[in-house]
Design a protein around this ligand. Structure first.
Ligand code: GTP
Ligand code: MG
Length: 200
């Protein structure tokens, strides 16, 4: 997929405020510091994308981008935000969960996971929520250049092993590095294919 345009639409405080035009919609979410902004920059080739999403205030909203005037990319706040108050954490997880529970226009979710560390409880809990809500999702392993191949492979295998206990068909996953610009064609190609399939 060639990214011809990537325009910021708006930031919304909750799911009921989100656009009603039902374009194909792809959401990106992950633990804070997982490398989401870097990945979105890499995928879209637009530095401004993550800049919007990293603007104080907007990091706690549902940020919508219009890609190629055809589909929405939704950048969600990171979870596992240790620096926030308990009240704020509750408010944010309410917004995030509300989006995944009620957003009928959502086509597909990408959960970003750091394969430089063993599987974390917070990621597993979040994936479990998506499963419960029957949200179609894939995993994107980020920062794959940071550790040796063996470490990365071991952590991914551990994650897939845990997920295979719950899922008969484990989720699709992608290996990426924003640093080395790898995995871009795979993720964008998957989005293009999913949009095409959902038309029928
Ligand atoms: P928050 O918005 O602060 O929650 O973080 P984020 O998930 O948007 O992550 P961000 O892209 O800001 O990256 C976090 C840190 O990881 C930064 O220091 C990046 O330079 C680094 N990083 C991101 N992607 C990669 C990558 O592919 N390889 C390496 N080696 N480092 C990366
Ligand atoms: Mg960010």
């Amino acid at each position: 997929m060639i990214i011809a345009s990537a325009d910021f639409v708006a930031s919304y405080p909750n799911v009921s405020a989100c656009p009603k035009d039902a374009l194909p919609e792809f959401a990106f979410i992950g633990r804070s510091n997982v490398g989401k902004s870097s990945l979105l920059n890499m995928l879209t080739g637009r530095k401004s994308l993550a800049k919007v999403s990293n603007t104080p205030g907007k990091t706690q909203l549902l940020n919508f981008f219009h890609i190629n005037k055809k589909w929405y990319l939704v950048d969600l706040p990171g979870y596992g935000y240790a620096r926030l108050s308990k009240v704020k954490i509750k408010e944010l997880s309410g917004m995030i969960n509300g989006y995944f529970i009620h957003r009928t226009a959502l086509t597909f979710a990408f959960v970003l996971i750091d394969p430089n560390i063993p599987p974390t409880k917070i990621d597993l809990e979040f994936i479990h929520l998506l499963g419960q809500q029957q949200v179609p999702f894939a995993l994107i392993f980020t920062k794959s250049d940071k550790s040796g191949k063996l470490t990365i492979e071991k952590n991914i295998a551990a994650m897939m092993e845990i997920l295979s206990e719950t899922w008969e068909i484990p989720p699709v996953w992608f290996l990426t590095s924003a640093e080395k610009r790898t995995g871009r064609e795979e993720v964008l190609g998957f989005i293009a294919k999913t949009i095409k399939e959902n038309k029928h």
